[in-house]
Every structure is written in structure tokens, then in C-alpha cells.
Design a protein around this ligand. Structure first.
Ligand code: MEV
Length: 434
């Protein structure tokens, strides 16, 4: 079998025309031409498949898929597909992943894939007594759920625990909440959890004498966490007029702002989710569930904080850490129905939900650093403008070295527009000196 180079650093990838970038993925054995059809407007999600995914379908809707380069997660290189409409996201993640390589890349971990399902039990006269009865029947209740999903059981998943919480006061009076902890293995798990909660309800009513009202998973998946870390030597952080130490300290101060102020934390965490959502979209995962979980987790102690942490280690390196709930799957839902999602998982070589969560956490951390580094130095607009100008130059037909020269010219002229870029290119063709 042919040996391929699956390194995540592909020199000059961003300067290649689109077709050559696609060829590069084929030449490096990441995808076949057929897989790439899944990322081609005519070869993406077939209308018949779309028609079975949601209601009242009239068509499909495309967004760009970009590839974040330079990612090494737990010692293995990975090309990360990102679906996003915002410029600078893919470039920012790729660039920060390159800086992280200087410290060995990212180390990441994922906890057991435990999802939480909730049951709301109303009309109880004595909460503590009902709670005690439920707790004493815990083993029986869990046993009854064992065979609910034979496939999940076969894969080593299934019910793990029951926890009971008292809500002594609410607009609907006092009630109990049962948390069912279900190991969902490689699925996102919403269907399995909801089914298990519905199955559990009659027995819970019988034991407590109460009325089970809601039966639904919680998106605050705080038993299914993923974490990523990176250590970056200051020398690779230096650029233009900034020393590495200045950039490092600027990033730490920017993080301190987010950690202390919810108004800033919301934007800071949005930047983290720019990366995570883009991978969720590419892999057919429910990004709203991830958003809900991330922001609720950020507020878990009653006030809203940064999901990441940046500090300097004893050797002066910049150290980043991120932890958040990451309920993403590689089986079930759209992940196996959408051809683009299948191709995205193939591209990453991801076969387990835990590996996907680890990669997503690494991307979130890289994305966060990209924003903080820009904000702590030049400000975000300069980088955005540079990238935008490059895209405009490419769209106007610039190639190779022309791209950057034309982009700089457009910025200098305060006219980052395709018509202006074409005008300059035409002039250059006639007279390269102009
Ligand atoms: C923009 O999409 C994301 C940022 O606002 C994140 C941040 O401010 O940290 C740049």
C-alpha cells in the first residue's frame, strides 16, 4: 500500500488555487476525488437525503469548507475541516496551531461520554421522602434500562447512575429532578437519552407517587467534558515590533479581562466557539447543543466566566487551557447521513467521539489565542482587512506573489474591492511597473 504523508503542515496551501488545494488532499491520501465531490456544490447533500432530514425541504444551503492546518493533537497530526462564513477563523486557527507546534502541539483529553437526562417530578407532598424512595430503588431502575438499547449495550454503553435533586421552590411549586447518567459511547446521544428518560418515567411515578412532567436531556453536559492544553515558547510569539514576552503578557491580560467581566467573557467565549462550531458543522453535529452547554458551563458558579485560562509557566512559556462540555458524536444524526460530514470525519481520520471532542477542544483553544493575540497587539481589524484583501485579490484573478502585493495595494488605497483589484491587475498586465 502506498505510504502517504499525513503531516498537518502543508507548505503554501493558502496560496494555491482552489483546484490545486483539492488535488493536494488527493495526492496526500486524505480524500479520494469521489470524497471531494461531497464538498462540491453539485455533489454535496442530495436533495432526497435533505428531504428526509427536516420538514418542508425546498433545497440545500452551502457554506465554505476550509481546512485548518498545523494541528497536532496528542502527538498525531490532523487536518481539521471547518465550515464557517466568517473570514480569519480558519487562518487564525491554522496560525496558532503552528505556534503551538513549537511546544509539541496540543494535549487533549475527553471524559467518559456521559450524557444527562432529566425528569421533572411534580405534585409531591414530601420531597425528601420521595427522594429517599427513589435512591433506594436506584439499582432496579437502572437495571430496567439495561436492555433498552442493545446496540449501545454491545458497544459498552448504557445507564450508569441516577441522581436526585430537590428544587424546593419554583413558579410551579416544589419538585424533584432525576438525573439519569447514560454512557452514549460514540453518539451525541440525544435520542438515546430522551428514549431512556421516557422509559423511566412510569416507574418513577410509581415509586414517588408524583407526576413526571418533562423528560429530556440536559445540554449542560458537564459529565462529558473535553480539555485541551498548549505551551508556547515566547520566542515564537514575537512578531513585527512586539517581543514574545509582550505578546504573552498581553494575551494573559486579555484573558484576565474575560475572566473578570461577563461582557467581555461572552465575546471571548464566542471566539472559542467560532472554532468549535465550525468543526461541529463540518461533521454534522448539533452546534446549538454545544453552544448551550458551553455557555451554561461558563456560568456554572453563578457568574459567567472565560472557558479558557492563559498563564505563564515557570519557564516563561505561554500556557493555555480550555475545558468545556463537548457533546459531539461520530455516529447517528447527520454525521452518517450527510456525505460532507462523512468526508470530514474521513479527512480527520476520526473514528471515536472522544478523539473528535479532543480535536474540537484544541481548535477552540487555538481560535481563542488567535483572537487574544490580535486584540492584544494590532487589534482585530488589521488582520481581518489583510485577509479580506487577499481574498479579494484572489477573486480578481491574482496568482502567486501577486496576491500579497495586490492585497497590500488595495489596503493602502482604502479600496478593498474586486473591481478595483481587477483594474490594477489589468494595468499590471500592460505595464508591470505600475
Ligand atoms: C469574532 O468573531 C471573535 C472575537 O470577537 C473573539 C474575541 O473578541 O475574543 C474576535
Amino acid at each position: 500500500m502506498k505510504e502517504y504523508n499525513r503531516n498537518s503542515r502543508i507548505q503554501g496551501f493558502y496560496n494555491l488555487p482552489l483546484e490545486k488545494r483539492r488535488q493536494e488532499l488527493i495526492d496526500r491520501g486524505f480524500l479520494t476525488p469521489r470524497d471531494l465531490e461531497s464538498f462540491t456544490p453539485t455533489g454535496g447533500l442530495p436533495l432526497e437525503t435533505a428531504d428526509h432530514m427536516i420538514e418542508n425541504v425546498i433545497g440545500t444551503f452551502s457554506l465554505p469548507v476550509g481546512i485548518a492546518l498545523n494541528f497536532r493533537v496528542n502527538g498525531t497530526d490532523v487536518l481539521v475541516p471547518m465550515v464557517v462564513e466568517e473570514p480569519s477563523v480558519v487562518a487564525g486557527a491554522s496560525f496558532m496551531a503552528k505556534l503551538a507546534l513549537a511546544g509539541g502541539g496540543f494535549t487533549a483529553s475527553a471524559s467518559e461520554p456521559l450524557m444527562i437526562g432529566q425528569l421533572q417530578i411534580l405534585d409531591l407532598k414530601d420531597l425528601p421522602a420521595a427522594r429517599e424512595r427513589l435512591e433506594s430503588h436506584k439499582e432496579d431502575l437502572l437495571r430496567d434500562l439495561e436492555d433498552l438499547d442493545p446496540v449501545l449495550k454491545e458497544l459498552g454503553g448504557g445507564p450508569r447512575d441516577l441522581e436526585v435533586r430537590e428544587i424546593p421552590q419554583s413558579a410551579a411549586g416544589p419538585f424533584l429532578v432525576v438525573h439519569l447518567l447514560l454512557d452514549v459511547r460514540d453518539a451525541m446521544g440525544a435520542n438515546a437519552v430522551n428514549t431512556a428518560c421516557e422509559r423511566l418515567a412510569p416507574a418513577v411515578e410509581k415509586i414517588t407517587g408524583g407526576r413526571v412532567h418533562l423528560r429530556i436531556l440536559s445540554n449542560l453536559a458537564d459529565r462529558r467534558l473535553a480539555a485541551a492544553r498548549c505551551t508556547i515558547p515566547p520566542e515564537v510569539l514575537a512578531f513585527e515590533g512586539y517581543s514574545g514576552e509582550e505578546v504573552r503578557d498581553g494575551v494573559i491580560e486579555a484573558w484576565a479581562f474575560a475572566d473578570a467581566d461577563p461582557y467581555r467573557a461572552a465575546t471571548h467565549n464566542k471566539g472559542i466557539m467560532n472554532g468549535i462550531d465550525a468543526v461541529a458543522l463540518a461533521t454534522g453535529n448539533d452546534w446549538r447543543a454545544l453552544e448551550a452547554g458551553a455557555h451554561a458551563y461558563a456560568a456554572r458558579d453563578g457568574s459567567y466566566h472565560s472557558l479558557s485560562r492563559w498563564s505563564a509557566d515557570s519557564e516563561g512559556n505561554l500556557q493555555g487551557e480550555l475545558e468545556l462540555p463537548l457533546a459531539a458524536g461520530v455516529v447517528g444524526g447527520a454525521t452518517r447521513v450527510h456525505p460532507g460530514a462523512k468526508a470530514a470525519l474521513k479527512l480527520m481520520g476520526v473514528e471515536s467521539a472522544s478523539r473528535l471532542a479532543e480535536i474540537m477542544a484544541a481548535v477552540g483553544l487555538a481560535q481563542n489565542l488567535a483572537a487574544l493575540r490580535a486584540l492584544a497587539t494590532d487589534g482585530i481589524q488589521r488582520g481581518h482587512m489583510r485577509l479580506h484583501a487577499r481574498q479579494v485579490a484572489i477573486a480578481a484573478g491574482a496568482e502567486g506573489g501577486q496576491i500579497d502585493t495586490l492585497a497590500e495595494r488595495l489596503i493602502r488605497d482604502h479600496a478593498v474591492r474586486v473591481d478595483r483589484a481587477q483594474e490594477i491587475l489589468t494595468r499590471w498586465k500592460k505595464d508591470p511597473e505600475k
